[in-house]
Design a protein. Structure first.
Length: 525
C-alpha cells in the first residue's frame, strides 16, 4: 500500500495543478484591466472603427436637439441611454427643475478611483435656409475642392479608407455629439480588445448646455453625492487650431453690466434743440472712452489686480504653437490690442467688451433728432483672480468718478431735474472662472496619457478665453477639472454649416483611448 501511495503522489500533484489551471480559466474575468497600447496599435484600432463611428454619429445627428423643444430632447435622451447601456453602463435619467440629465456609471472591479466625464447632447437652433444642404439634421460627408468650396461625397464613396480632411456637416457634429461618439467608440474598441479602464467611469450628459445648463446647476443639491468623482474631464469645445491634441486647464468666467445715459425725456428735433439738450450718445461715448486706452488696456483702477506670471507659466504660454500673423490675417486686423505680450497671455487677464450699443434709429427710418437715451451692454471675461461681483463694483465706482450719479433704476422725473448726469446701472456677477494646476496629479496623468498615446506632448492651454456653463457645477463638487477639447477649431459651431473634420474624429477616439488606458495618479484628499 505504501508503494501505491508513493506512485500516486506525483499523479495527485499533477491533478491538483491541472484542476487549478482549469479553475483559473473558468474564473478569469472576460475583460482585463486595460493595458497601455502603442501609438501604432492605437492607430490601427481606430482606423478599423472609423466608419462605424461616422455611421453612429450620423444617426445621432438625425435627432433634432434644440433645448427649446423638450420632446426632441427626450428622444435624444432615449437614444443616449441605449448607447450607454450597449457599452455596459448603468444609466439613470436624473430629473431636474428643467430638462432631465443622463448619468451613465461603469464600475470596474478593484478600481478605487472614479473619473467623471461631462458632455452635452443639445445644440444651437438651426436656420435651415442658411445651410448648404437640404436638412441640417441629415449629415452630409463633404470634401474641400481646389476653390475652397465643399462638395457632397454622397452616393459615390466606397467605405474603405477615410480621408482625414473630409468633413461631416450637420448640427452638433462638433458641438457636442461628436465627442460623445468618440468616447463611445473608444469604449467599443476596449470591449473588442477585452479590456476595461483602470478606473470607474461616470458620464454626465447635459441636455441644455446651450441654454445655460440651468437643470444641471439646479440638480447639485439632489445629486451631488451621486456625481462625486476624483477627477472631472469636460469634453466640449475646439482644440488648438493646429489640431495637435490639446489639454485646457481652465476657462474664463463671464460677468456683465448695462449702462444707460439720458438726454431729454423724449426725442427732440436736432434743429430746435441741438446745442441745447444734452445728447446721451455723446455722454455714453465719453464714458466708454474713459474705460480703455488706445492700446486696449482697461483704465479702471484695480481691474488687473492680482495677476502675475512666474517663469514656468510664461514658458507654458510661449510653448503654444500660435501664429500671430495667421491669427491677425483670419481676423483681418493690422495690429492687436496690447493686453499681454501674446495671444495666450491676453487670455490670462479679465477683458472688458462692449457687446451692443443703441441710441435712436440707424439707417432706414432714422431721423434728425437728439435721442432720449443711449444704452451700452458689456461683458467682463473673468479669470480666477477676479471675482465677478468685485469687478462689476469697480466699474460702478469708475462711472461715479466720471461725475455721473449712478442709479439702480430708471430715473424718476424728480431725479432727472436734480442730477445733471445720470446713469442707470444694472450689473450681474455672472459665472466664475476656474483653473486647475497643470502640475497637480490630474495634469500629470492626462499629459502622460496623451503623450504616450500620440508619442508627443499635447498643446497645453493654461486657460481658454470662453466660458463653460458648468463651472459652478465643478466648484460645487470640489473636483479638479480639465477640458479635453476634441473637435476642429473651424467647425462653425453655433452657426450654419457646422462640421466635424474626420481627422479630428480619428484623433478624438484615440485621445479617449489614451485616457481610458492610463492608470490614475493618486489624488491627495
Amino acid at each position: 500500500m505504501a508503494t501505491r501511495q508513493k506512485e500516486s503522489a506525483p499523479r495527485l500533484i499533477v491533478h491538483v495543478i491541472t484542476a487549478a489551471f482549469w479553475l483559473g480559466l473558468i474564473l478569469l474575468p472576460s475583460s482585463l484591466v486595460a493595458q497601455k497600447l502603442s501609438p501604432q496599435k492605437l492607430d490601427a484600432l481606430v482606423d478599423k472603427q472609423m466608419w462605424l463611428a461616422i455611421d453612429e454619429l450620423s444617426e445621432y445627428v438625425s435627432l433634432p436637439n434644440d433645448a427649446v423643444n423638450p420632446a426632441d430632447i427626450l428622444k435624444n435622451i432615449v437614444w443616449t441611454e441605449k448607447a450607454l447601456t450597449k457599452r455596459g453602463f448603468q444609466t439613470t435619467v436624473l430629473k431636474t427643475n428643467q430638462l432631465p440629465l443622463v448619468l451613465g456609471e461603469k464600475t470596474v472591479p478593484k478600481a478605487t478611483q472614479t473619473v467623471l466625464f461631462y458632455f452635452h447632447l443639445d445644440g444651437q437652433p438651426v436656420r435651415a435656409s442658411e445651410w448648404n444642404q437640404k436638412d441640417p439634421f441629415v449629415s452630409v460627408l463633404k470634401e474641400k475642392t481646389s476653390t475652397g468650396e465643399y462638395k457632397d461625397l454622397s452616393g459615390n464613396l466606397p467605405k474603405t479608407g477615410v480621408n482625414d480632411e473630409w468633413r461631416l456637416f450637420g448640427r452638433s457634429t462638433s458641438d457636442d455629439k461628436g465627442p460623445i461618439i468618440m468616447m463611445l467608440n473608444a469604449l467599443d474598441i476596449l470591449q473588442t480588445e477585452k479590456q476595461t479602464p483602470p478606473f470607474n467611469i461616470k458620464i454626465i450628459i447635459d441636455t441644455e448646455e446651450e441654454k445655460g445648463s440651468g437643470g444641471l446647476k439646479g440638480a447639485l443639491a439632489s445629486y451631488k453625492n451621486k456625481l462625486q468623482a476624483d477627477f472631472m474631464i469636460v469634453m466640449d469645445g475646439p482644440m488648438h487650431s493646429s489640431n495637435i491634441p490639446t489639454l485646457t486647464f481652465g476657462c474664463r468666467g463671464n460677468a456683465g453690466f448695462t449702462i444707460t445715459t439720458y438726454g431729454p425725456v423724449t426725442p427732440q428735433h436736432s434743429g430746435h434743440f441741438g446745442n441745447y439738450a444734452p445728447n446721451p450718445a455723446f455722454r455714453l461715448a465719453r464714458l466708454i472712452t474713459s474705460m480703455k486706452d488706445e492700446q486696449g488696456r482697461v483704465l479702471i483702477p484695480g481691474f488687473y489686480d492680482g495677476i502675475t506670471f512666474d517663469d514656468e507659466t510664461k514658458k507654458i504660454m510661449a510653448a503654444v504653437p500660435d501664429n500671430k500673423q495667421d491669427i491677425n490675417k483670419a481676423l483681418m486686423i493690422v495690429e492687436e490690442e496690447k493686453v499681454g505680450n501674446n495671444y495666450q497671455e491676453s487670455l490670462q487677464y479679465p477683458s472688458l467688451n462692449i457687446k451692443g450699443m443703441k441710441a435712436a434709429v440707424v439707417g432706414k427710418g432714422s431721423g434728425t433728432i437728439v435721442p432720449e437715451e443711449a444704452v451700452a451692454t458689456f461683458d467682463i471675461r473673468l479669470v480666477p483672480e477676479t471675482d465677478g461681483k468685485r469687478m462689476v463694483e469697480l466699474v460702478k465706482k469708475h462711472i461715479e468718478k466720471q461725475g455721473f450719479t449712478v442709479l439702480d433704476h430708471a430715473p424718476t422725473p424728480e431725479e432727472r431735474l436734480k442730477y445733471a448726469q445720470i446713469v442707470f446701472f444694472e450689473g450681474n456677477a455672472g459665472t466664475p472662472a476656474f483653473r486647475t494646476n497643470i502640475n497637480e496629479p490630474m495634469g500629470v496623468w492626462l499629459r502622460k496619457a496623451v503623450s504616450d498615446g500620440f508619442g508627443k506632448e499635447p498643446v497645453i492651454i493654461r486657460i481658454m478665453g470662453g466660458t463653460v456653463p458648468v463651472v459652478p457645477f465643478i466648484q460645487a463638487l470640489q473636483v479638479p477639472a480639465v477640458i479635453v477639447p476634441l473637435v476642429n477649431m473651424d467647425n462653425n459651431q453655433h452657426s450654419p454649416n457646422e462640421n466635424l473634420r474626420l481627422g479630428n474624429l480619428r484623433t478624438g477616439i484615440k485621445t479617449c483611448l489614451s485616457i481610458l488606458t492610463e492608470p490614475l495618479q493618486q489624488r491627495a484628499h
